[in-house]
Design a protein around this ligand. Structure first.
Ligand code: ADP
Ligand code: ADP
Length: 232
């Protein structure tokens, strides 16, 4: 059973003259323990797809299952709870809590979902992302790149079944970018988490097991174990 499954999903924004079909009849199963990249030109529907996969948005038509649950039948409160328990978010606006220090920001999801913290994993994540000397700092005292890595750590510590990431290496230099991809890869390989990542960068996509290319609201290509020249 797929960890996330889109069935005949269509997403329409606006109406009349401003009507846009952002996704057109997409059927897409995503599997447990897979690192999936979503690529495609600007405006092709990647963010819309990621939002729907993460239960942040609902389709205009079609159904979405997350961990076997049909989210189109859930009430807002139930959907919020499902997201909290099963999904880790790494988005461009990091949404860090300004009044909490780095460590408390990272631990926030485990507190909200009442998950026991695996200290060893926490330490590994924090160390791998170079955040150990920054745990007591507030977000405002960090560089943009450091804030992005805090958001990555926060999504990883509670080991959610699904991690959705929108350009998680967008603001990072190549060394820190590699650190982020490596820890995401470890989450997949060691704990069977599923990572679904939007990226523009073909070399970033090479860490993934599967690459989905979106174009004009449809899936143009879908390959397993893609090599860089296939992606470019
Ligand atoms: P991508 O992430 O690939 O750049 P998006 O999913 O953001 O693409 O957008 C797909 C299409 O849907 C675009 O034509 C965009 O203008 C439109 N769109 C996205 N979000 C909205 C919105 N909230 N309201 C209206 N149109 C939107
Ligand atoms: P980066 O190379 O990641 O963009 P910066 O050049 O922005 O980093 O920052 C370099 C160092 O200065 C970092 O260790 C960061 O923690 C620190 N720093 C950046 N902005 C602030 C700030 N507003 N307050 C305190 N320290 C800061």
């Amino acid at each position: 059973q797929p960890v996330v499954s889109l069935e005949n999903v269509t997403k329409v924004y606006g109406h009349g003259d401003t009507r846009v079909r952002a996704l057109k009849d997409i059927t897409l199963p995503l599997y447990k323990g897979q690192f999936t990249s979503i690529m495609g030109p600007s405006g092709s529907g990647k963010s819309t797809m990621l939002h729907i996969i993460a239960g942040l948005d609902t389709p205009s038509k079609g159904t979405v299952h997350i961990d076997g649950v049909d989210i189109t039948t859930l009430k807002d409160k139930q959907l919020t709870e499902l997201r909290r328990e099963r999904i880790g978010f790494i988005f461009q606006s990091f949404n860090l809590v300004p009044t909490l220090n780095v460590l408390d920001n990272i631990l926030l999801p485990t507190q909200l979902s009442n998950t026991k913290v695996d200290r060893e994993w926490l330490n590994r994540v924090v160390e791998a992302l170079g955040l150990t000397p920054r745990l007591k700092h507030r977000p405002s005292e960090l560089s943009g790149g450091q804030q992005q890595r805090v958001a990555v750590a926060r999504a990883l510590v509670s080991r959610p079944a699904i991690i959705v990431a929108d350009e998680p290496t967008g603001n990072l230099d190549s060394k820190t970018s590699d650190e982020v991809l490596s820890i995401l890869r470890q989450a997949v390989d060691e704990f069977g988490q599923s990572v679904i990542m939007v990226t523009h960068n073909p070399s970033v996509a090479t860490v993934s097991d599967r690459v989905i290319v979106v174009s004009d609201g449809t899936v143009k290509a879908d390959f397993m174990g893609a090599t860089p020249d296939q992606i470019v």
